[in-house]
Design a protein around this ligand. Structure first.
Ligand code: HEC
Length: 148
């Protein structure tokens, strides 16, 4: 029966590891996520994330829009979503081992071009330090769930 086979596959997929797409985590990801969550309020960050939603999705069904999906991005290397076409600079920085630490993301979200020269993200930036800390905490709270 095709239907029950499909359902069994869905259940099997849901019970193995992360529910979201792989995030190419840096070795320090757990510590970086912890720091992000300690530095901001994820709930307040969810409201800030409205400013990002025209280009970015998060959650189990997130796909690339103008920007890449952001599940598990905190503590990941830059530019690691496989089917997204990044700027050369972002891709090269990621390949060279630059990760989204809290500090790096804070600089990027303040003024994207100050951190990634030639970035394709045309976003003016978040001027409010608390908004940045909160949205980073929010991103740290999505896509890190594992089913263990
Ligand atoms: C106008 C569209 C747009 C908006 C608005 C936008 N972004 Fe982006 N974002 C992009 C694009 C395009 C990229 C890819 C940049 C590159 O390739 O250089 C990106 C990349 C990123 C990355 C790096 C992803 C990775 O895989 O390494 C992060 C983190 C990010 N954005 C966070 C945010 C946050 C947080 C906001 C809201 C405060 C935001 N962005 C608003 C378009 C946008």
């Amino acid at each position: 029966m095709k239907y029950s086979l499909t359902l069994a596959m869905v259940i099997a997929a849901a019970s193995t590891g992360s529910v979201f797409a792989d995030s190419h985590a840096s070795p320090d990801q757990a510590a970086i996520i912890e720091q992000a969550l300690a530095g901001g309020d994820p709930e307040a960050g969810e409201a800030v994330f409205r400013k990002c939603k025209s280009c970015h999705e998060v959650g189990p069904d997130a796909t690339s829009k103008v920007g890449p999906p952001l599940n598990g991005v905190v503590g990941a290397f830059l530019g690691q979503v496989d089917d997204f076409r990044y700027s050369n600079t972002m891709e090269e920085m990621g390949e060279a081992g630059t990760a989204w630490t809290v500090e790096n993301m804070d600089i990027y979200l303040t003024k994207p071009r100050d951190f990634v020269n030639g970035t394709r993200m045309s976003f003016a930036g978040l001027r409010d330090e608390e908004d940045r800390a909160n949205v980073i905490a929010y991103l740290a709270s999505v896509g890190t769930e594992t089913d263990d």
